[in-house]
Structures are given as C-alpha cells and as structure tokens.
Design a protein around this ligand. Structure first.
Ligand SMILES: Nc1ncnc2c1ncn2[C@@H]1O[C@H](COP(=O)(O)OP(=O)(O)OP(=O)(O)O)[C@@H](O)[C@H]1O
Ligand SMILES: [Mg+2]
Length: 269
C-alpha cells in the first residue's frame, strides 16, 4: 500500500466553534467515499473528532498523546484505529493531550514531535487530515510544522471574519520561522445561511476581500442540523443522511479538494 503521494492537511482556526472538527470528520468521510485512503489525526484534547467517528478508546489504546510524548516507544501504525467505513481511519486523541503543552515545552525539538510521528505514515494514505484545538498552542504549532496545506473553516459571521486576519498572520509567521513550504489550501465558509442577511453579507465580503478572495472555496458549507446530529451519534453526515445539505456540501468540498491536486499537478507538469 505504501508509496502514495500523501497530502498532509491541517484544518485550523484559532477561533472556536467555526466547524474545524466537523470539517475533518466530514471531508475525511467524503474523500473516503470517493475511494481515497484517509487518516484523521485528532490533535485536540477535546477528542471530538475521535468520538464523532464513532471510535471508542479504551485505556490501553495508544493515542496521539502517547506518540508525541514518548517518541520512539510506539509504532504509529499501532495507534491507527479503523472506523466502520472503508478507507477512513483515525489516530485518536485523549484528554491527557492537554498536559502535553507543559510537559514538552522545554524539550528540544518539541515543535517537531508530530512531524516525526507522521514521517512513518507518509506514503500509506492519500490524505492525512489533522484536527487542531482552538488556540495557537504547542499542539497547533506541531500541526503547522508538519502540514503541507492548511484548510481554514470560517464561520460566515462577523467575529469569525474579523479573526481571519490574525490567523493569516499566524500562518505567515509559521512560514517564515518553521515551515516555509506550507500553503493555504482554502478558506471554506461554514454555517452559511442564505436566509440571513449577515451570513450572505459575510460570504460576499470573504469573496471580495483581496486578502482572502483567492483562497475562498466556492462551495460553502451550509448550516444544517444533520451535521450536529450525526456527530452526536458518531457518524459522518455523508453516511448518516446521504442527501441532506450537509452531506451534499461536504461531497462538493471533497470534489474541490481533489480537483486542486489535479490542477497543481497539471501546473507542475
Ligand atoms: N454546517 C453546520 N451546521 C450546523 N451545525 C454545525 C455545522 N458545522 C458544525 N456544526 C456543529 O457546531 C458545533 C461546533 O462545530 P465544530 O465542533 O466542528 O467546531 P470546532 O471549530 O471544531 O470547535 P472547537 O473550536 O471547539 O474545536 C458542533 O456541535 C457541530 O456539530
Ligand atoms: Mg473542534
């Protein structure tokens, strides 16, 4: 199976509740439905991506916390949990991960722990999608240090729109200091509600703002209660209710995401 050209994608936004975890779960699931081999890495101590994929972890399971806090002790492949859906696996998180910040901060190369872990998995998957916590913590820096691309969910609400500037500054700083090759794969408008003026207004502002417009993916994720309901029962929405708006939007995002790679390869060739 090895030998795939793995895309490592961080789903990040320091702002909370903008749809990061939902994007990791549902884009991952939509990509797996299209035949891609997807690994989700849950780097958030809240472990919502793990539970949203219906994965229950017992106490002796190896979590991402074990992999980054004890380098070399575990084989990262032993931490991979298969979900019930073909081509969709997860390295689970654990609430202990919240302590990793304090434990690792004085250790040399602490920002590259995740990069070292994923080095063993490159070539095994088409896509590694990484969920991040809503803060610029050492955990998020570890994710930015190893990602080739960043996908940015942005809620179509004023505070989220305003917070984008800070996130773009953060990514610029990461590019300068830690990971020069990182690129923004897209800004994805989320919680879009065309019935409300503020949501359509923010979408238009995102699409016309010269700082962001070239990154904005033109398939927003609409507000859809099935997305929250599917997370509650530990199922990606594309498997929970295949024809609801949430499922359709994530399938469209998966098409755009795969299309980007095709475009990039055409340019390279
Ligand atoms: N398009 C949507 N429509 C309706 N509800 C949604 C949508 N996307 C996400 N949700 C719900 O909104 C809540 C917040 O989403 P999510 O957990 O994905 O955000 P997050 O950015 O990961 O949050 P955090 O910053 O806390 O990690 C969740 O209950 C989720 O199920
Ligand atoms: Mg989250």
């Amino acid at each position: 199976m090895a030998g795939k050209n793995t895309r490592i994608v961080a789903v990040a936004n320091e702002k909370g509740g903008v749809g990061k975890t939902s994007m990791v779960i549902n884009l991952g699931a939509a990509l797996s439905r299209k035949g891609q081999d997807v690994l989700i890495v849950d780097m958030d101590p809240q472990h919502n991506a793990t539970s949203g994929l219906g994965v229950e972890i017992d106490d002796d399971a190896i979590s991402i916390y074990d992999l980054i806090s004890e380098p070399g002790v575990h084989n990262p492949l032993d931490a991979v949990c298969r979900t019930e859906w073909k081509g969709l696996s997860v390295i689970p998180s654990h609430s202990d991960l919240s302590g990793a910040e304090i434990e690792l901060v004085d250790e040399e190369g602490c920002e590259n722990r995740l990069k070292d872990v994923l080095a063993d998995l490159i070539g095994e998957y088409d896509v590694i999608l990484i969920d991040t916590p809503p803060s610029l913590s050492l955990l998020t820096i570890n994710v930015f240090a190893c990602a080739g691309e960043v996908l940015v969910p942005c809620q179509t609400q004023p505070y989220a729109y305003r917070a984008l500037e800070e996130l773009f500054d953060t990514i610029d700083a990461i590019k300068e200091e830690i990971n020069p090759g990182i690129v923004i794969a897209g800004v994805v408008p989320t919680f879009f509600d065309q019935r409300t003026r503020i949501s359509t207004d923010i979408l238009e502002r995102l699409q016309s703002d010269e700082r962001y417009s070239r990154y904005v993916i033109d398939t927003p994720i609409r507000i859809n209660t099935a997305i929250a309901a599917s997370a509650d029962v530990g199922k990606p929405v594309v498997f929970y209710r295949k024809s609801c708006n949430g499922a359709l939007d994530y399938q469209a995002l998966a098409d755009a995401f795969i299309g980007q790679r095709v475009k990039a390869q055409l340019v390279l060739n």
